[in-house]
Write a protein that binds this ligand. Structure first.
Ligand code: BGP
Length: 472
C-alpha cells in the first residue's frame, strides 16, 4: 500500500558492502592455505583463474583504503576455513590467522565494522577426504571448533558474525558438498543430511559465540529468492505454498525456530529422505536463536502446479542450478512482468519488500541485508573515463527504497551490504559477471594488472552514505 511520511534510515544503520574469501582473495596456495572444495573443482582453469581472483590477499590495504573513501560503515567478508585450518581440523596455520588479524585491524583503524562470515562455500577438502564432510556427524564438531578459534582470536574486535552462507545452496549443489557423479535424487537426499548437520553446527556456533563474546550478534546468511504463484488458480497457489515451505522457509525454520516445518517433514517422509535427528538436536536449535537474519536477495521466481503422471513421478527432480521443479509439488516458470539480468535473474525490488515482511512476520528477527546486487558485463574504461553503471545504481536504489518502505511498516533492519565491493569471481559465471562498485582490471584468463577503478556506483554509494540514505 502507499504510505505517508516514510521514516529515515536509523542513524546507526550499517551501510556496508560484501565479498567472500575464495571469490576475491586469490593466493589459493600461499602461506600454508589448505585445499577447499572450490580449489578442487576449479583445478581445471577452463572457466576462470580462481587462484588469483581479485588478489585481495595482497591488496587488502588498498581495498580498505577504497572502502574508507567510499565511507563504508561496515564490511562483510568471509574467512577461508583452510587458511586457518589447512585440513579443516588439526593444526592451526598461524599465517592464516595473521592475515585476518591484519585485515580486521585495518578495518577498525578506518572505523569500518567487520561483519565476518565463518563459512562461505569454501569447505575444507581435507574433511571430505577424512570422513565425507557435512554428510558425517563429525562435521558438526569440526565446524564448532573452527568457529571457536575465530571467536577466541577475533572476538575482541568482531561483534557481528554470520554462521553459514546460504545453507540451502550448499545442500543443493553437490560440488559444494564435495560430491560428484550422483544422480539428482540421491544428491537431494544427501543434501538433507548435510543440511541437518549444518543446522546443528550453526546453532552450536551461536551458543559458543554468545558465551565467548559478550554483546556479540550472530545469525545465518540466508538466500531467500521469494516465490510467487504464477496464476490465481488455487492449484498454483497451493503449489506456491508447498514450494515456499520446502524451498524457502525450511532452512530458516531450522535456524530460527528449531523446527522441521510440517510440509517439509511430509515431503521428506514420502521420499524416504528424513535425515537422522539425534536426541537433543532439536533442543540445541531451539535454545540458540540467532540475533538477526542475514538476507541475500537477488531475484524472485514464480511457480505453478506440477501434476503427477505416468512420466512425471514423485521424486522426479529437474536439477539445473537449484531444484527448479519437482513432480507433484511445483515447477518454476518465467514471470512475464519482470525484466531479467543477462543471466536470466528476474529483477524484482518489490520482492525484497515482500520477503522482508514475510520474514519479519514469521521470525520477528531484525534483518541485515548481507547481499544484493546487479551482475553485468563491463570492460576496462580508458584513462579518462569511468564505468557508467547506471543500471546497477538503478537496481540498488530501487532495492533500498523497498527496504525503507518495509521499515516504514515495522520491519527492523540493522544494515545493508551490497554485493560486491570490488569485482570478483562469480559463483557460477567466472569473472565476466561483475557486481562491484570498483572495477578490477582482469578477465577470465588474462590477469592484466588487477588495478582498481572506481565506477559511477562507487560515487553514488559514497554520496548516499554521507547523507544517510536521504535521497532514497
Ligand atoms: C550468492 C553467493 C555469493 C555470490 C552471489 C552472486 O548466492 O552467496 O557468493 O556469488 O550469490 O551469485 P553469482 O556469483 O553466481 O552471480
Amino acid at each position: 500500500m502507499e504510505t505517508k511520511n516514510i521514516k529515515a534510515f536509523p542513524k546507526d544503520f550499517l551501510w556496508g558492502s560484501s565479498t567472500a574469501s575464495f571469490q576475491c582473495e586469490g593466493a589459493a596456495n600461499e602461506d600454508g592455505k589448505g585445499e577447499s572444495v572450490i580449489d578442487r573443482r576449479v583445478q581445471d582453469k577452463s572457466l576462470c583463474d580462481y587462484s588469483v581472483a581479485s588478489d585481495h590477499y595482497h591488496r587488502y590495504k588498498e581495498d580498505v583504503k577504497l572502502m574508507k573513501e567510499c565511507g563504508l560503515k561496515a564490511y562483510r567478508f568471509s574467512i577461508s576455513w583452510t587458511r586457518i585450518l589447512p585440513l579443516g581440523n588439526g593444526e592451526i596455520n598461524q599465517k592464516g590467522l595473521k592475515f585476518y588479524d591484519d585485515l580486521i585491524n585495518e578495518l577498525i583503524e578506518n572505523n569500518i565494522e567487520p561483519i565476518v562470515t565463518i563459512y562461505h562455500f569454501d569447505y575444507p577438502q581435507g574433511l571430505i577426504d577424512q570422513y565425507g564432510g557435512w554428510l558425517d556427524r563429525r562435521s558438526v564438531e569440526d565446524y564448532v571448533r573452527y568457529a571457536e578459534i575465530l571467536f577466541e582470536n577475533y572476538g575482541d574486535r568482531v561483534k557481528y558474525w554470520l554462521t553459514i552462507n546460504e545453507q540451502d545452496h550448499v545442500m543443493h549443489h553437490p560440488f559444494r558438498l564435495g560430491l560428484q557423479g550422483l544422480d539428482a535424487k540421491e544428491s537431494v537426499r544427501l543434501g538433507f543430511i548435510a543440511n541437518h548437520h549444518m543446522s546443528v553446527a550453526g546453532a552450536l556456533a551461536i551458543e559458543k559465540c554468545h558465551e565467548m563474546i559478550p554483546g556479540s550478534k550472530i545469525g545465518p546468511a540466508a538466500c531467500f529468492d521469494i516465490l510467487y504463484p504464477a496464476t490465481n488458480n488455487p492449484v498454483d497457489v497451493l503449489a506456491w505454498k508447498d514450494a515456499m515451505d520446502i524451498r524457502n522457509y525450511h532452512v530458516l525454520d531450522l535456524n530460527c525456530l528449531g523446527e522441521y516445518n510440517g510440509t517439509l517433514m511430509k515431503y521428506l517422509e514420502d521420499r524416504q529422505m528424513v535425515p537422522s535427528i539425534l536426541d537433543g538436536d532439536i533442543d540445541i536449535m531451539k535454545r540458540n536463536r540467532p540475533d538477526f537474519i542475514g538476507l541475500n536477495f537477488y531475484m524472485s521466481r514464480s511457480v505453478k502446479e506440477n501434476p503427477i503422471s505416468e512420466t512425471n513421478k514423485i521424486g522426479d527432480i529437474d536439477v539445473r542450478i537449484l531444484p527448479m521443479a519437482e513432480a507433484g509439488v511445483y515447477m518454476t516458470v518465467k514471470n512475464e512482468n519482470l525484466k531479467s539480468t543477462l543471466w536470466g535473474w528476474e529483477v524484482d525490488e518489490i520482492g525484497l519488500h515482500i520477503s522482508a515482511r514475510l520474514l519479519w512476520d514469521r521470525y520477528k528477527l531484525p534483518l541485515l541485508i548481507t547481499e544484493n546486487g546487479f551482475g553485468h558485463v563491463e570492460t576496462m574504461p580508458n584513462d579518462k573515463e569511468m564505468i557508467q553503471d547506471d543500471n546497477r545504481i538503478e537496481y540498488l536504489t530501487k532495492h533500498l527504497k523497498s527496504i525503507k518502505e518495509a521499515m516504514n511498516l515495522g520491519v527492523e533492519f540493522l544494515g545493508y551490504c551490497n554485493w560486491s565491493f570490488i569485482d570478483l569471481v562469480s559463483g557460477h559465471s567466472g569473472f565476466s559477471k561483475r557486481y562491484g562498485l570498483v572495477f578490477v582490471n582482469r578477465d577470465e584468463h588474462d590477469l592484466r594488472d588487477l588495478s582498481r577503478h572506481k565506477k559511477k556506483s562507487f560515487y553514488w554509494y559514497k554520496d548516499l552514505i554521507e547523507t544517510n540514505g536521504e535521497k532514497i
